[in-house]
Design a protein around this ligand. Structure first.
Ligand code: G6P
Length: 352
């Protein structure tokens, strides 16, 4: 496929930039179809009692977000299954399997689906992929080609599409009140503008932080609750693009071992620290060891400022993902690595 990167220095930069527009297109097709689970009906799916989310890599982080929204808004039980570990997942009646794969060609995901007979909903950016053919229903991400090997716009799109499905299931199950759904749809509607604002706010600080931190051998990413998958995704971006050792974990787990890694200047990236009190103890522990905390959030003291809604939605600080993508890319550029084609990685892994 020929793709044009226009004025962008690399495809990854271009694709990071395209996220607000991709989010807008996707939301325009989804909002207004969530009440009473209309989206499910449109997809030809019955309301499930439980959900199994199957994915790898970045897509697995999106799956974690979706699982949380199902639980918080609908009380719907779900399980995130790492595709290559699917043999551990027992069949349960009334399950909908959601397979998240931007390429739709990941062999581990396709193989995992052979284990169960439940209906499969694919969330993919490739509507003609093997996964799309295998699935009973397909929700396309409509992001356009993603050339950079590290997923960027397909991650935010998977979160949005998955959250929409989760809210539709929650609404169909009668646990999500219409007024609450309407309020959440409004927060979703504002997401493209917040993604754009976050990219603008974070761009210069991400470059300055990269100047400061590019030569550090590793970094620890922490968050809490709904922010944890974004800490994991930010860490994965730095690992796959800049070849840095990373650790990503709930902030409360720091004290149970990983804090031993921290010394003077170790970068500790604190994601979506709102409300700040929830992370205060963890931050104090980190600063006491002389580590370099990098706060990603909408507070005035943020090192990597982003635009978050006033109240944290159940899908967490998705806007922070954009800032973390920018940071990982800036570090990679400083180190002279090829941004679009990191070593040892492939855009879609078609072997198990
Ligand atoms: C590869 C890529 C990752 C990606 C993973 C899953 O390992 O390098 O960036 O997250 O595959 O890809 P998928 O196409 O299934 O989302």
């Amino acid at each position: 496929a020929t793709a044009d990167r226009g004025d962008a220095p690399d495809f990854t930069a271009k694709e990071i930039d395209e996220q607000p527009a991709a989010a807008r297109r996707l939301l325009d097709g989804l909002l207004g179809r969530l009440a009473d689970g209309r989206l499910l009906t449109d997809l030809g799916l019955a309301r499930p009692d439980r959900v199994r989310l199957v994915a790898c890599g970045t897509s697995r982080h999106a799956a974690e977000v979706v699982a949380r929204v199902l639980a918080v808004e609908g009380g719907v039980p779900s399980r995130v299954v790492t595709a290559s570990e699917a043999d551990l997942a027992v069949p349960e009646p009334g399950t909908l399997t959601m397979a998240l794969s931007q390429s739709g060609e990941t062999a581990d995901v396709l193989a995992a689906l052979d284990r169960w007979d439940d209906p499969v909903l694919a969330l993919t950016n490739a509507p003609r992929s093997s996964l799309a053919r295998r699935a009973d229903a397909v929700l396309g991400l409509g992001c356009g080609p993603e050339i950079g090997v590290a997923a960027t716009k397909t991650f935010t799109a998977q979160v949005i599409a998955g959250v929409a499905v989760a809210l539709a299931i929650a609404s169909a199950s009668g646990r999500l009140a219409p007024a609450r759904l309407a309020a959440l749809e409004q927060v979703l509607d504002g997401l493209p503008a917040r993604l754009a604002a976050s990219a603008a706010l974070a761009a210069a600080p991400a470059a300055a932080l990269a100047d400061e931190l590019a030569d550090r051998p590793g970094a620890v990413f922490v968050s809490r609750g709904a922010g944890v998958p974004y800490a994991q995704e930010g860490a994965l971006k730095l690992e796959e693009l800049a070849y840095r050792w990373v650790e990503a974990l709930p902030a409360g787990e720091l004290k149970h071992g990983p804090i031993a890694l921290l010394g003077p200047g170790t970068p500790v990236v604190v994601v979506g620290a709102e409300p700040r009190e929830r992370l205060a103890v963890g931050i104090a522990e980190v600063t006491a060891r002389g580590a370099r905390t990098v706060l990603v959030g909408s507070g005035e003291d943020a090192d990597l400022p982003v635009c978050l809604p006033a109240e944290e939605p159940p899908w967490g600080p998705l806007e922070a993902a954009v800032a973390l993508q920018l940071f990982a890319r800036e570090v990679t550029v400083r180190l002279g690595h090829e941004v679009d084609r990191p070593r040892n990685l492939a855009k879609s892994v078609t072997v198990e």
